[in-house]
Design a protein around this ligand. Structure first.
Ligand code: F6R
Length: 243
């Protein structure tokens, strides 16, 4: 695992966007795995700026979703499909034909999970997966004690994660769904390059457990230690608990 400490979130975004741009220059139809949440926004902004300036052509890029709420219609403004359309696809000039994700509104959620794992494999696998990290060490929505070999499946959100995400639902926790579909940890580990960005002091304990702790289901992100090509980019605040 490579750990890169950057001064701030903007520098982390620039660094990772450049890695994505280099990938797209090498492989124009690369499958980019994308997370939602606040942390990756500087990455997506920096990549969109490179596309806007002509520094990289993303017109053939493909985008794969990491996780999705269960029960929100796809066109709900806070479904992750809608969020990723606004924050990633539109700024990169891509339409939804370039997008793949699990169907959080499917009548048979279990079948939708299996179908998504199969679709990722038939698409050739994710080339570069962007990850954030929860204060409890979750990646995707694999909360603590998720199996390190897990596949895409339905999960129940912890109360803490629902509290954390209420900010996207007018601060009203009642509106935050209880269930999500998430790529499993085993699924995530199949991406060719994992890039986790963590910023802010609130992530410092989770980053220390990820990088220096044992590989253990109690900190799902520690599974990155098992991956042959994992990069953890942290700002100085998020690095503050590293030895
Ligand atoms: C969301 C996701 C989550 C977030 C994590 C951190 O797609 O994968 O694991 O990355 O909850 O969220 P932020 O970045 O908002 O602190």
């Amino acid at each position: 695992m490579e750990v890169v400490i950057v001064p701030d979130a903007k520098a982390g975004g620039e660094l990772i966007a450049e890695a994505m741009a280099q990938l797209l220059r090498r492989k124009p139809d690369a499958l980019l795995g994308v997370a939602t949440g606040s942390t990756p926004l500087p990455i997506y902004e920096a990549l969109a700026a490179r596309v806007g300036s002509g520094a990289v052509d993303a017109s053939r890029a493909r985008v794969a979703q990491l996780d999705e709420y269960v029960g929100l219609p796809a066109d709900h403004p806070e479904s992750y499909r809608s969020v990723l359309r606004r924050e990633v696809l539109e700024p990169l000039g891509l339409d939804m034909a370039a997008f793949m994700g699990p169907d959080g509104a499917a009548p048979d959620v279990q079948a939708a999970c299996l179908a998504y794992d199969r679709a990722l494999a038939s698409a050739g696998g994710v080339d570069l997966q962007i990850l954030g990290i929860g204060t409890d060490g979750h990646i995707g929505f694999n909360e603590p004690c998720s199996s390190l070999a897990s596949r895409t499946r339905i999960k129940t959100l912890t109360e803490q994660t629902r509290v954390d995400n209420a900010r996207f639902f007018e601060g009203d926790i009642e509106q935050v769904p209880h269930h999500v579909i998430t790529q499993g940890i085993g699924t995530i580990l199949e991406a060719r390059h994992l890039v986790l960005l963590a910023t802010g002091e609130g992530k410092a304990d989770a980053v220390a457990a990820t990088v220096e702790g044992p590989v253990a289901a109690v900190c799902p992100a520690s599974a990155l230690q098992l991956h042959p090509h994992a990069t953890v980019v942290v700002d100085e605040a998020a690095a503050s608990e590293l030895k």
